[in-house]
Design a protein around this ligand. Structure first.
Ligand code: NAP
Ligand code: GLV
Length: 319
């Protein structure tokens, strides 16, 4: 019987059907991250490895799993996996594109609104007993309706965010590796160079994958180009932004605020300088976290694993 190893505890209704055909071994906890060494040992005999986005799957790990045929990642992003090494070894990699697009776009827009209107800061103040009276200029933020939105990474989620922005009367600029001519014509989005987007946008939203090209894409130079009244929203990956440069830009008023769902190191260390700033709205990487979407993502992974183990083509092959 082929063996599946799952690095997090997943719901029975997703996992049990697989047990009818395969030997399934699952890590005991939904919350506790397996260490790299634990993964190497526990998954030793696996034909399929079902990972979450915080599992590092590099060449060394693949070499220590001699039976491995497929790695299925519970995320659309797969920067945690060395896909070149997988390809060389004939290991299939699958992810969860599309099914999380609208849910992640909802979260991106929530974070944008929360950042603009200082929602989490206001709630913190209220709970801390700081609401003494209605104040004319207290907790005032930035208008979203009618503002200019700049999306870097106009893929599935980028486009879903841009569609939402139209309902808020926003002008939508985008920068992407390739032009999206159809979306430009259909929705009125405007393609611009990166620097123009940074100079003209009130809200800059990052939605690229993390790759060697996008690592540190937003650094000191780029933040310098942004308006002093603007905010940056990162739902992509922490590594797309130079966090030290972001901290400097926020503390020297080069930009007005930031909304972050992702960090270079996750979970973000509690002594991280960005966490000390009131104009930074933070979330613990919850972009796709709706019940329906997470279940659908897991179902996709399960079907793709089953397909590969039965020598069929999976729906969501990365390599
Ligand atoms: P997607 O459809 O592949 O979109 C990514 C877009 O980024 C593509 O349009 C791509 O351009 C563009 N891009 C790639 N490299 C670029 C570069 N160097 N400069 C400019 N644009 C570049 O992926 P998606 O489904 O929208 O997901 C996007 C990313 O969001 C994921 O990879 C993941 O990291 C992140 N994400 C985060 C969460 C969360 O919970 N925070 C949830 C879901 C996804 P082309 O069109 O030319 O390929
Ligand atoms: C989440 O970050 C994902 O890539 O699905």
């Amino acid at each position: 019987m082929k063996k599946i190893f799952i690095t997090r505890k997943l719901p029975d209704e997703i996992v049990n059907p697989l047990k009818e055909k395969f030997e399934v071994k699952m890590w005991h906890s939904e919350e506790i991250q397996m260490t790299y060494e634990e993964l190497k040992t526990e998954a030793k005999e696996a034909h399929a490895l079902w990972t979450v986005l915080s599992d590092k799957v590099d060449r060394e790990l693949m070499e220590s799993l001699p039976n491995l045929k497929v790695i299925s990642n519970l995320a659309v992003g797969y920067n945690n996996i060395d896909v070149e090494a997988a390809k060389e070894r004939g290991i299939v990699v699958t992810n969860t594109p599309g099914v999380l697009t609208e849910t992640t776009a909802d979260l991106t827009f929530s974070l944008l609104l929360a950042t603009a209107r200082r929602v989490t800061e206001a709630e913190r103040d209220l709970r801390a007993g700081k609401w003494k009276s209605w104040t004319p200029m207290g907790l005032t933020g930035m208008d979203v309706f009618g503002a200019t939105l700049g999306i870097i990474g106009m893929g599935r989620i980028g486009e879903a965010v841009a569609r939402r922005a139209k309902g808020f009367g926003m002008k939508v600029l985008y920068h992407n590796r390739s032009r999206k001519v159809e979306a430009e014509e259909k929705f009125g989005f405007t393609y611009v160079e990166l620097d123009t987007l940074l100079q003209e946008s009130d809200f800059v939203v990052l939605l690229t994958p993390l790759t060697p090209e996008t690592k540190g894409l937003i650094g000191e130079r780029e933040l310098e180009l942004m308006k002093e009244t603007s905010a940056i929203i990162n739902v992509a990956r922490g590594g797309v932004v130079d966090e030290q440069a972001l901290y400097e830009a926020l503390t020297t008023n080069k930009i007005w605020a930031a909304g972050l769902d992702v960090f270079e190191v996750e979970p973000v260390p509690m002594d991280h300088p960005l966490l000390t700033l009131p104009n930074v709205t933070v979330l613990p990487h919850i972009g796709s976290a709706s019940i329906h979407t997470r279940m659908a993502m897991m179902q996709m992974n399960a079907e793709d694993i089953e397909a590969v183990l039965e020598d069929k083509e999976p729906e969501n092959r990365v390599v």
